[in-house]
Write a protein that binds this ligand. Sequence first.
Ligand code: CAA
Length: 267
Amino acid sequence: MTEAAFGGSAEQTSEEEVGLRYEVDGEIATITLDRPEKRNAQTFATWSALAHIGDNLPQQVRVVVVRGEGPSFSAGIDLRMFTPEGVPGQGSFASSATLDGSAFEKRVAQAQRGFLWLRRPDIVSVAAVQGHAIGAGFQLALACDLRILADDAQLCMKEPALGLVPDLTGTKPLVDLVGLSRAIEICLTARTVKAEEAARIGLAELVVARAELPGAVRDLTGALLATNRDAAVATKRLLQGASGRSLEEQCAAEAREQAARVKALFS
Ligand code: CAA
């Protein structure tokens, strides 16, 4: 159970109602966007449910797979959020326009919590993307550490075309992955990036035929789990910190992490 996050009442909403399925099998958690008839459109309740999963992830979980049921990974924010009526129990952008700036920003920050935990060093998150990943869908894929795309995947940062900005944590990973110029071009044209290009510019680790997506995710997950857990956590922490450190600082961080590893392994 989770709590509706944005506007409206704070009523309890079941994960089924927010369009998510969540399964844990040993060290692997799988989150499935599960409203295929609406192309897995996301609401604030979806993001609240994602945050709830992150807050309560069982300690043994090492890999989190984020996938979508049906033809599309996700068509982004539920377009009802742009209507005056909004989504029942969750309000709308129109009703949020009356909030003062800081109240609105708090609500966005609450929604962002659903995405941010996917970068935690103690897990590796993998997005398995087929079909459309638009707006919030693209940002959810970007929130993951790794992306495997089906060859029919189409990524689009549509927000600027709708008069909005991408605000669900996607701008930083996008710039980190493709560079500032390409990120500006992709966002400000709101064009579609197809799978082959996505792989070429660093938005995907792997592109496979649509039917092979589940098998490719299984293979990657298996390979990730074959690595020593503590070494994986420490290495991810090192890699995540690298861009913010000088070479000397990074070398010192490597030495610190290695000292801890050697102590754990040999003392
Ligand atoms: N919200 C709510 N419902 C949606 C939806 C969305 N984002 N996207 C699709 N649906 C619904 C359609 O209304 C349709 O419902 P009905 O059967 O009841 O009519 C059903 O899903 C199937 O849709 P399509 O027939 O259009 O499916 P398709 O496979 O031909 O096309 C698509 C798929 C290209 C994703 C197309 O549906 C589409 O363009 N959707 C809208 C995408 C969009 O603009 N998203 C918002 C991006 S911005 C954002 O996420 C963040 C932000 O603004 C802050």
